[in-house]
Design a protein around this ligand. Sequence first.
Ligand SMILES: O=C(O)CCC(=O)C(=O)O
Ligand SMILES: [Fe+2]
Length: 478
Amino acid sequence: MPNKAKKARTVAKKKMISLRDSRIKKEERKKPKIKIDKLELKVNHVPQVSSALFFEFNSQLGPPFHVIVDTNFINFSIKNKLDVVKSMMDCLYAKCIPYITDCVMGELEKLGGKYRVALKIVKDQRFERLPCTHKGTYADDCIVERIMQHKCYIVATCDKELRRRIRKIPGVPIMFISHHRYNIERMPDAYGAPKMMSAFRDSFKYYRSGKIEDLMNSVVCFENLAWSNRDIVLPANFVERFSLHKVLITFTIPEQPDLICIKCPFKAEGIRYWIEKCLKTYPSIAESKSNLDGQLNVRESWWEHSKSHPDARKKLRWVTMGYHHNWDTKEYAEDMKGEFPSEMREFFVNLAKILGKEFDPQAVIVNYYPFGSNLGPHRDDSEKYFNAPLFSMSIGQGAIFLIGGETMDVKPIPMLLNCGDILVMDGSSRLAYHAVPRIIKTEEEHWKRKADERWVMEYVSYLENHRININVRQVTKV
Ligand SMILES: O=C(O)CCC(=O)C(=O)O
Ligand SMILES: [Fe+2]
């Protein structure tokens, strides 16, 4: 190499400052080599684990359970008509205290008028407040921080992201909502964690999603009921007034002898009468309440509106008249009642009399079920007066109805309910668990029989896709 070139290279090299020089920004500076002493003990820094945890078993958990509730859990509870405190106790079989952080309260307040029911619920005195001292209102971070510090909480949330974060923290069970009830994950068995499946729930799941051909083999059909068949000749004026067949055909089943099953007593005109009432009249009565209250401005003319708005059509799920059922408190109140429809009173009082029962209809829930919808296992015990029967009438498409016993451990009997069929839940069946896991395409659309064209045009498209249930109760002793 010529001397000149060699010199130039040496100069260039000298001009470069060392990569460890203090004039280079600290983060860009080359790190000095650390000599590893192979004999020295290696220390890993991991977050400190609470002393309440024995492996991952949290010894601070135990009744009463302290449950931190987030915003979406409250909202989903409202949507699923679940009373927060009661449903927590049903889930954990023990007293539960729901906690609301200032952050969650802040979130609910910010969400405005639509969430006023949620706000009202969390202001209930059964909820405890957890004051926040940090800045801002990022509720998820606040909850995560708390459960890292204190191992005495369960977190109730339906938020996927928050659940994912909590799963990384040892010893914190998560409560969530699925199948219209509260469930819990990561709960130590020792705390009487809920049996995720009861005999009733097993059946509900099976009939909700099983293959229809398989299910139908085990379903009790009124036509095939051979037990205690009792036929009653109906009074002529009753037959005439409500377009009934002359003879009422009733059955019972051995497992529930107090449940009276009545095969559809209506002629086609009789069924059409109730269809018109349930679609055109009841949702529009000023004194009725419905799940669409406050959502659609078109409640007074829901039926007209629904003809051109398929969404609104599917959205109507219930209408109440007479005493209104309060879905949050599960109570009826004297100041929450409207007129009970007179024709409905007349029909069910007379029917009860014919069956030898006293009945004063005071509350009705009209349920509307599109295909694919269902009604989870429950007992109708809000009425507080159980010495009167409850009448449940099916209209439109069919359904599988499960009737169980006093507890969810009793395996229910699946029954096929068709248009016009009526169940009378009396005596021991009045408080039995029941559910509607599936809406079934009916084989006999007898509402069409001899219907005039105007009627067909008006109602048939709704009935092709929906079932309606008229559920009539007596609330108080008279
Ligand atoms: O739709 C049904 O057959 C039952 C409805 C019911 O159980 C209820 O409204 O409480
Ligand atoms: Fe019910």
